[in-house]
Design a protein around this ligand. Structure first.
Ligand SMILES: [Zn+2]
Length: 259
């Protein structure tokens, strides 16, 4: 019986993933999230109940709507898969605890933020507020108020200051308000050093991605590229795989010169 529990956790995670697909699609459009049944975004055909089974539905339909044959984005499958695997991973890490639930909510918010920012270049306030509430509960549980508040001040104040300076110098908004708020909230979870590492690495990653997009002519260089995904990738590494992240930074110790 014991092997059934991980399968169950994975299945619940994938089902939550299929709800996240709905959130990613409907939240930026201001549509109802709960009381509208799933339908094909193209021809509005309702998805029959037996196809609401996560992952299998996509495979069964071979990635196409059964009525209008419009291709369903592979993203729908991947969001369900990531949500399922992520839930399973967090379950192995935390067991059936409050922390498991809180980190699972963080994972869900990260997934929604990631794809909404890719599509619409926004990080919705409603998701940031939910993330703030979860972050405050974790800070209270771990009693890390002092370091967390310094982290939040650095995350919010630092990036807000740089954005203001950039605006005065160049007359352009360098970073969106959603990014600044996200850095502030992540500061609570990561603390002062963690948020500085995040700002450094996410700016580095964001610049690499932007260069790639400009060179491959996917965007032109005056177009703002969403920055949230870079912040979220680094934050996921820090929050979900903290040992690997610490090891990565410790490997730099070899580069220290004697003083
Ligand atoms: Zn359709």
């Amino acid at each position: 019986m014991e092997y059934l529990i991980p399968i169950f956790v994975f299945y619940i995670g994938a089902t939550i993933g299929s709800f996240l697909n709905v959130v990613i699609h409907r939240l930026p459009l201001g549509k109802d999230l709960v009381f509208q049944r799933s339908h094909c975004p193209h021809c509005e055909k309702l998805i029959p109940w037996y196809l609401n089974i996560p992952l299998f539905a996509y495979l069964f339909l071979l990635g196409k709507c059964s009525k209008c044959k419009t291709r369903i984005k592979p993203r729908y499958f991947f969001v369900e898969l990531i949500s399922g695997l992520g839930s399973l991973y967090l379950f192995q890490k935390f067991g059936l605890t409050v922390l498991f639930a809180l980190y699972a909510i963080i994972l869900a918010i990260f997934i929604c933020h990631f794809f909404i920012d890719l599509d619409h270049s926004i990080l919705p306030d409603s998701l940031n507020i939910l993330l703030l509430v979860v972050a405050l509960i974790i800070v209270a549980l771990n009693d890390t108020w002092k370091l967390s508040l310094i982290g939040a001040a650095i995350g919010f104040g630092g990036t807000f200051g740089i954005t203001l300076l950039f605006y005065y110098l160049k007359g352009k908004i360098g970073m969106g308000g959603g990014d600044i708020k996200l850095y502030g909230i992540l500061g609570l979870l990561l603390g002062p050093l963690g948020i500085l590492q995040n700002i450094f690495l996410s700016c580095f990653l964001g610049t690499l991605i932007m260069m790639f997009l400009i060179l491959s002519k996917k965007i032109n260089k005056d177009q703002p590229a969403p920055f949230g995904p870079s912040i979220l990738i680094i934050a996921s590494w820090q929050l979900f795989f903290p040992d690997s992240f610490t090891q990565f930074f410790e490997s730099f110790n070899n580069l220290l010169l004697p003083v």
